[in-house]
Each structure stands twice: as C-alpha cells, then as structure tokens.
Design a protein around this ligand. Structure first.
Ligand code: PMV
Length: 326
C-alpha cells in the first residue's frame, strides 16, 4: 500500500492558546497567533498495511505506549474518514528536543496527519487537515499552515481551525532557541490546560485577549518589531502568571530560563533588539531580526546555564518528501 512521508515545522506561539472550552474536541477558549519555525521539524512516514494486528509506532526510534496511544487515536479519526480498518506502521523523528516546551506535538501531529491522510489518498484541504490535526494536538492545527498563523477558536469542530494570516516571506523574523535542558518537562500542556481556569487572573486575561490578537496582527502587518516584541514578551509573562497562580501551580521555569530572560533584557540595553517567549517548558525562544542573530546567539551561548542554541527562521507549511524513514 502507499507509503507517505511529510516534513512539518513546529511553531512558536506569539499570543498563546491556554485553556479549552471543550476538552474532547480540543476547542480553545481563545484565538491564538503563532509563527511557523523553519529548522525545528518532525519527519513522519506512515504506511497502512493489511498484515498488521495493531499500529506499529516508533518515535525517535522508541516504541512508547503513551505516545503510541495518542498516535493510534489520530489514525482512528483518519481511518474513519477513509472508511478503512488497516493498521499502520509509523516512524517519526524530530530535529529538536521533544517535551521541553518547544511544541514537538505541534509538528509531530501535523506531520502525522498530513502523511496518514496522503497515504490513504484523502485529498483533504488545508482547513480539513487543520480541523483534523487540532483533535490530536491544539498546536498541530496551526502547524499545517505556513508563515504567521491564526487559530480561530470557533464554537464547534468545523469552525475551529487555523489559517495563514501573513505568508512566510512577509517578514524575516528569526528565533534563536536557548536550550537549558533536554530532559522532559514535568507537566504536559494537555494537563496544564485543565487547570487554566483555576487562576484568579484567567478571566482578566480572557477579557483582553481579543485586543491582544488585534494589536499583534497590526504589528505584524506594519513590520513594527518593537511593538511586536514588546507584546510577545508581555504575553509570555502574562501566560506564566496564569501558570504560577493556577491550582496546582505550574512552575515551568528552570534557573537557566531566568538567566536567559534577564540576558535578553540586557541585550536590549546594549542595542541588540530581541524578545523572549516561553511555553509550558523551560527552553526559551528568543525572537530577533536577521542582523542581530549572530550577536544574540553569541550572548546566549556564553551564559553558564545554556547548553546550546538552535536557530530557526520563519517557515512554510508541511512538505511531502520521498525520503521515507523505512
Ligand atoms: O497544543 P498543546 O496542548 O501542546 O498546548 C500548547 C500551549 C502553549 O504552547 C503554551 C501555547 C500555544 O499556543 O502553543
């Protein structure tokens, strides 16, 4: 049967998705905006076979039950659309550490959804792929698109999807990722979303999130890096305030995370314009313009708690490739 391989990039959320109004369908409480990251990617090969008694899933060379179950649930949705019962062999590799706050589930489930749909010749539109990917991982619904992406929260499965709001060539923003640890984070985003509403500040966040989305779109449209960066950083700190004040509190940062945050503020004092953002992990995205990338990377690499840096530019939508993993 047909084998399909897709390469999908992860993204970095500029205005974050936090909290769900529907757990099962993964409908978010609010719209979110992200930027696709060329350079931080997952490659996944899928082949449906009539000689398997169950799905055979290997991620980074390992067969882990919890991850495999989530993959099987997504394959079930795709099998249902195609009306087939075949099990699949799935291999997936990441170019960056997974489970550390760099949204590996976003690129992972985007690549899986595209490859599995293609392997069954489903010919889905980008919107249909986004709706499908969303049910496996919220972030993944943005990662089937390219450039700057907005996920419309919607109020039903059919109205909750992402789309490109500005293409990748609109603005050359770069991301220098400071890796302070490669071990897995202690609390997954999936668990974290469930406690979002317990923060006393969550309603305040929701009251002004629409304005933030609009301001972010204006900053991107105008290529106004200072407004963009200040909003990205303020949003990251507001998001972590929600995490810190939820029950139970979610302290995502490591000492190295704080070292990077302070170093980024110092960079701006020294006229290197860069801004940080952090998801539910401890590794830090540092966003900057092309002419500051070398200086930002050099400063980050000198920090005592930074193990390494990764670099990404703004990227496009998932690409099909013939470089199959098996
Ligand atoms: O898609 P999930 O369940 O991994 O949640 C992602 C949550 C954040 O990364 C914190 C924010 C976002 O919009 O990506």
């Amino acid at each position: 049967m047909k084998k399909s391989t897709y390469r999908a990039s992860t993204d970095v959320a500029l205005i974050k998705y936090w909290g769900k109004r529907d757990e099962k369908l993964r409908l978010p409480e609010n719209n979110s905006i992200s930027m696709i990251l060329d350079g931080l990617e997952t490659v996944t090969t899928v082949e449906f076979r009539n000689d398997l008694a169950q799905d055979r899933v290997r991620i980074a060379g390992e067969a882990r039950a919890v991850e495999a179950q989530r993959v099987t649930r997504q394959l079930d949705r795709i099998r249902e659309i195609a009306g087939v019962a075949w099990y699949a062999q799935v291999e997936s590799v990441n170019s960056f550490p997974k489970g550390t706050g760099l949204s590996s589930s976003g690129s992972g489930f985007a690549a899986l959804t595209c490859a599995a749909a293609d392997a069954l010749d489903l010919n889905l539109t980008e919107r249909e792929l986004s709706i499908l990917a969303r049910q496996a991982s919220g972030t993944a619904c943005r990662c089937v698109c390219g450039g700057f992406v907005e996920w419309h929260a919607g109020d039903s499965s059919g109205t909750s999807y992402a789309e490109t709001i500005f293409p990748a060539d609109h603005w050359a923003i770069h991301d220098v990722v400071a890796v302070v640890d490669e071990g897995m984070k202690r609390v997954s985003s999936t668990e974290g979303h469930q406690t979002a509403q317990s923060s006393p500040f969550y309603t305040t966040r929701q009251a002004h999130i629409g304005d933030k989305i609009a301001t972010m779109k204006r900053a991107i449209a105008a290529r106004d890096f200072t407004s963009f960066g200040e909003l990205v950083e303020a949003e990251a700190l507001e998001f972590h305030t929600i995490l810190l004040t939820s029950q139970p509190p979610l302290i995502a940062w490591y000492p190295g995370t704080v070292e990077v945050m302070l170093a980024v503020q110092q960079m701006r004092q020294d006229n290197i314009e860069a801004y940080f953002t952090i998801n539910t992990g401890f590794n830090v995205h540092v966003l900057t313009l092309p002419h500051y990338v070398a200086a930002v990377a050099e400063r980050l690499q000198k920090l005592s708690l930074v193990q390494k840096t990764l670099q990404a530019s703004i990227g496009g939508k998932p690409q099909k490739t013939d470089a199959h993993l098996f």
